[in-house]
Ligand binder design. Structure first.
Ligand code: DHB
Length: 304
């Protein structure tokens, strides 16, 4: 029996395993990214960075619900102009650092990419669920998605991943637009638009009224989106949404994910990355399989 190989090459980036820190969680400072880098991840992704400093939405900006986390941070970030030092610190962590970026116009994405030094790849946040001008406001329009991806791809000398919103009728149409624009990979899914109300006062809880749901509740939605995108596209699909156990990672890969991102689950468990990749190794070894044997296997089990 040979040992399974967990290391992968994803859009040209070498990673020691396919388990990645998702954007938005612990990704604002170089120090926190470096700390995560030492916890067994394959790569880390920053909080989304824009063209100008943003304070974010008023509190409360995060609510822990029984079924997951609901947040509307408001894309708080120091702007790309103030992020290069953080990026340099994050890079000391010795795993690829992917910078999540947002904007409302193709030129803004190009400006950010030109202004940042040392990113190993960029993940375009075309999927924040509650912004008037960013994220899903542009990511639900296939024409804009293609234009933004093309602009980013033309400007960058590193891979471009496009993070898609599930808040559309057909995510495949958007994935195809990203692919036409030259995306090296798509990432599915970002959070699902949602809200919570305090029944004692009657007030909506979030300062922004509504936000994005993440965590276990959205995992089956993510699995379906990954499954559909894998079937339709020729570029890698990276799965994200509610993964908190090794079994969830295996399921996401069986749907077609080449790698898996983890976000909300860190809230409860900081050692999750090494736990999941070790358990993935044990699972593959017990069945004499490699990662390539399970990625997309669910498609082979059903008549197309
Ligand atoms: C925020 C951004 C996101 O991409 C998301 O899914 C949820 C919240 C934010 O910064 O508010």
């Amino acid at each position: 029996m040979t040992q399974p190989e967990l290391s992968i090459e994803l859009t040209g980036l070498g990673m020691k395993n396919p388990v990645i820190l998702a954007a938005g969680i612990l990704g604002t400072t170089g120090a926190s990214l470096k700390r995560i880098a030492g916890s067994g991840v394959g790569a880390v992704i920053t909080k989304s960075i824009g063209t100008i400093p943003e304070k974010g939405h008023p509190n409360p900006s995060l609510v822990a619900l029984e079924c997951g986390l609901l947040n509307a941070m408001g894309l708080p970030n120091p702007s790309y102009k103030e992020f290069n030092d953080e990026l340099a610190t994050a890079k000391e962590g010795d795993v690829p650092v992917i910078v999540s970026i947002f904007g409302s116009h193709p030129d803004e994405f190009s400006e950010i990419i030109e202004g940042l030094e040392g990113a190993d790849a960029f993940e375009l946040n075309l999927s924040c669920p509650h912004s008037q001008q960013y994220g899903a406001a542009v990511g639900t329009d296939p024409v804009l998605v293609e234009k933004i991806t093309k602009a980013a791809k033309t400007t960058a000398s590193v891979p471009i991943w496009v993070k898609l919103t599930p808040n559309v009728t057909d995510i495949v149409t958007i994935g195809e637009a990203a692919s036409r624009g030259g995306a090296d990979a798509v990432v599915a899914i970002n959070t699902i638009r949602s809200m919570a109300i305090d029944i004692h006062s009657g007030y909506p809880i979030l300062g922004n009224l509504y936000g994005g749901l993440s965590g276990a509740a959205i995992r089956p939605v993510a699995v379906k989106c990954v499954y559909d995108l894998y079937r339709a596209l020729d570029i890698p699909v990276i799965g994200v949404g509610g993964v908190s156990k090794w079994e969830d990672a295996v399921e996401m890969m069986m749907a077609g994910a080449s790698a898996v991102q983890i976000g909300s689950a860190i809230y409860d468990n900081f050692t999750i990355f090494s736990e999941i990749s070790e358990a993935l190794f044990t699972f593959l070894k017990s069945r004499d399989l490699n990662l390539g044997d399970i990625i997309g296997i669910a498609h082979k089990k059903v008549k197309q």
